[in-house]
Design a protein around this ligand. Structure first.
Ligand SMILES: [Zn+2]
Length: 123
């Protein structure tokens, strides 16, 4: 049951999703570089251990923050790519679980949503 969204509406969401994909890809690249840098800093800190070093603790915190940010961005990127696939297959805007139309008000806020509010809250 393909949804009848106007082509112009579909193109609007496609553009937003492609922009989001671009933004996330850059974010993930930047995080990967920051993580690599943190790893190298940590490796050099291990060569000259300083147990009283408070900076090492905050570095570890920064590293974990960066890592979880990167993980969130990767998860979101998968959703964005999945939504783009659904535009291609003509299934965009239809809930993957119950088959109901997802209101455009929801798609305006979350263009990568592939579940209606009810199904999303049950997952
Ligand atoms: Zn649903």
């Amino acid at each position: 049951m393909a949804r009848k969204l106007a082509q112009s509406t579909l193109e609007k969401y496609r553009t937003r999703l492609e922009e989001e994909r671009q933004r996330l890809t850059e974010l993930i690249d930047e995080a990967a570089q920051a993580l690599e840098q943190a790893r190298q800093t940590e490796a050099s800190a291990e060569r000259s251990p300083d147990p009283g070093n408070a900076e090492a603790g905050s570095m570890k915190f920064e590293y974990e923050k960066e890592l979880s940010m990167q993980q969130n961005a990767i998860d979101l990127l998968h959703k964005v790519e999945h939504a783009l696939e659904r535009i291609e297959s003509g299934e965009y805007g239809v809930c993957e679980s119950c088959g109901q139309d997802i209101p455009t008000a929801r798609l305006d806020v979350l263009p990568y949503a592939t579940f209606c509010v009810n199904c999303a809250s049950r997952r």
